[in-house]
Design a protein around this ligand. Sequence first.
Ligand code: ACM
Length: 558
Amino acid sequence: MKRIVFTLLLFLCVSLQAQEISIIPKPAEMYLEEGEFSFNGKVVICYPEIKDGCVDAVVDNFVENIKKTTGVKLVKDRLKDGLFLGWDVQEVAKKGDAHIVLYVDEYMGKEAYRLSVTPKRINIAAATPAGFFYAFQTLKQLMPRNVMAGVCDENVKEWSIPCVFIVDEPRFSWRGFMLDEGRHFYGKEEIKKIINVMSAYKMNRFHWHLTEDQGWRIEIKKYPKLTEVGAWRDSKVCAWGDVKPDGIRYGGYYTHEDIKEVVEYAKERFVEIVPEVDIPGHSQAAVASYPEFLACDPENKHDVWLWQGVSNDVINVANPLAVQFAKDVIDELTELFPFGYIHLGGDECPTHKWEHNSDCQALLKEIGSTNYRDLQIHFYKQLKDHIAKKPAEQQRKLIFWNEVLHGNTEPLGNDITIMAWIYADGAAKDAAKRGMNTILSPQIPYYINRKQSDLPTEPHSQGYGTETVERVYDYKPMNDVPDELQGKYMGVQANFWTEWVVEPEVVQYLMLPRLAAVAEAGWSNAERRDYKSFLERLQGEQVYYRLLGVDYGKHVFK
Ligand code: ACM
């Protein structure tokens, strides 16, 4: 009997420990080992001085976070000569009761890390600050959930982490999430929460959809009316069908100061921001701000749109002042966002107004085409050339939605990236065959603004379908792609359109936990992914969500 009780207890301990190892996304290789590392006593973190001290910020943030959330004060020890693999670290062992030691292994991948937790020592190897950051994110997932949430939890007193050996690196370099703030403005605190969750799941691209027919959300100093006029509309709801405009003055926008604050927050978490200004379609808010040179019919009245759907009121691409406008906007985006990419939209751009505008008709003739979509390409080509003339540090790569492929893309060249959303698998393949890079953000199932269950408690959300967590999880990126095209696939992205979503809590509810499912598709090897295991690892996440103060879909939690 005693023996049975002992065996049961042992089983319970092991399974409790296995449960504690709930790392999302699933690491490439992970081995649970005997024992625990305790944070009681003097824990010294030894780290190398490399590449102009760029690991320092990663270590500082980790140490600060641990102190703020648990009261544990890690002792920093920055070693001048650096710690490289093979370096004799006997000396390190004398510095404290236990140690966290960071080594540089230049042969590792850009975002890869190795993490070994033993009873007295945690060893972390990586080649870059990003690699060390992801090792820390994994380490934080082994700790009580308040650490990742960045808050103190009075209930957490004594704790330790299990011994484990992890070798990890992402499957894809692009692991993104897009939020549409053109329809509704949520504000920077909301964005920071989203970036926090993204970085917890090792996602690295926040695609910020900042302009729409229904609102322009970013201050552009050269064109103040974009936010004086374009950031406000006369209805809180985006009207659709029986839902009429409610007459409530509504809107908001980000100042340059706000943007800089969010950029810093994202940089600390290794999330690059990809700003999107969706032009020349989805631009009625801009047209309403400067109809004199952006409208195809300036003689008519233009307002920020109150409705859902796709507006016909697109930018007049044949007006040189409209082209200059777009160049000026790009200049300010380049200053504000010190990252690699700018997204210029390009989806759902009706050509109706161009077809009835004499300047557009003349321009189409001049470029020798009969396809009005080519006017859009011609517009983009001028913007791309403008960027090409900038100094090296201001170079940005351009991304477009996949409708751009409906025109003759030859003038644009193939050094652009196509974000594939509609008939995404086919569109991505088309882009790859044209030699372009591509990102998979399939409308079904990666538009995580759609309902996530059939329960009556689901909020009204855009789109008529239901994408369950399982369905989102089960999408197989790059399924059936020939070897020679695979190098063009940069990764995956979940998108969130907000026509129906006025409250930030509803964004959170619909986004979570499905974002975690997309994160795992972006990070973990296809053969390691398994929904049952994901669901088990997900169970502890609701504590993290609650502590972070975000809502989430509860139906998948036991
Ligand atoms: C899109 O869903 N219109 C990109």
